[in-house]
Ligand binder design. Structure first.
Ligand code: MBD
Ligand code: FE
Length: 273
């Protein structure tokens, strides 16, 4: 019977015949090691960490391959914690947060343009981040659903501004198989503080990326290797009382400005699985 998907067959055969079987031969993988690997994969699946494990070890390379082909702002990996269906916010935009949300106030702002420099109105920004304790909502039940996740749009001038809190460095859960494996191979389990974004507009290619902060811990040593220099933004502190009171705040705040360039939409094909 002829397979109806050449791409799937090509990828599967290359992976198994040219890489995995060769790997077993070359390293003389023993039956014991093989059995252990199967058990470890089963444990990973049962713990719900397949997305985390895959993204930690491989997604940076997927992004590298995709990004090297197209222009526009730097992309970054989506990571395992994106959740569809975050609320559409009303201006002035603020990511949903608890009344007593810990962390410093942050305004994230910028402008989105096409490659000719034309500002783009109505680009959707879908943003998610961890809280000041390094916890993502909808992943760990200690935080309300969709906390620090939201969608909003650029205005007439292609600009956006959203209020949130400054995220902290993120540690991969230590107890799970991904954390265990990272430690077993001598790696640490930390990612620098970051915000996640996907930009969407019907005429443009969706842009998934992350913004990091200058001088932040682990920026030069991300355990998933996801940092690109041009995604590191300045966290500008505003601690003059007359300045923050003008914003209706009674505490200092930070501004992060980042401008994006998006490229025309291209067709994406999925394999039928
Ligand atoms: C994260 O928060 C993340 O962004 C990635 C890529 C992997 C693990 C946790
Ligand atoms: Fe993350």
């Amino acid at each position: 019977m002829a397979a109806d998907n050449e791409r799937l067959v090509e990828l599967f055969k290359d992976l198994v015949d040219n890489y995995l079987k060769e790997f077993i031969r070359k390293n003389k993988v023993t039956p014991t090691e093989y059995r252990q690997a199967v058990k470890f994969l089963e444990k990973t699946g049962n713990s719900g960490e397949i997305p985390l494990m895959m993204d930690v070890f491989l997604e940076t390379t997927v992004d590298e391959v995709a990004y090297s082909k197209w222009g526009g702002s730097s992309t970054a990996i989506e990571g395992p914690f994106y959740i569809e269906g975050a609320s559409l916010l009303e201006p002035p935009y603020e990511l949903p947060r608890r009344d007593d949300e810990p962390g410093d106030v942050m305004f994230f702002c910028g402008q989105i343009c096409d490659q000719e420099g034309n500002p783009l109105k109505g680009v959707e920004l879908d943003m998610w981040q961890c809280d000041a304790n390094g916890v993502y909502s909808n992943i760990f039940p200690s935080v309300p659903e969709f906390n620090l996740r939201g969608r909003f749009y650029t205005d007439e001038e292609g600009r956006f501004e959203v209020r949130s809190i400054v995220p902290v460095a993120y540690e991969i859960p230590k107890e799970g198989p991904t954390g265990q494996l990272l430690r077993a191979i001598g790696s640490h389990t930390w990612r620098p503080a970051h915000i996640h974004l996907t930009l969407r507009h019907e005429n443009f290619q969706p842009l998934t990326t992350q913004i990091y902060f200058e001088g932040g811990e682990w920026v030069d040593d991300d355990c998933v290797g996801g940092v690109k220099d041009d995604l590191v933004a300045r966290l500008e502190k505003h601690d003059d009382p007359s300045d923050y009171r003008q914003r209706g705040l009674d505490e200092p705040y930070y501004i992060v400005n980042y401008d994006f360039v998006v490229v025309p939409a291209r067709e994406e094909v999925e394999v039928p699985l």
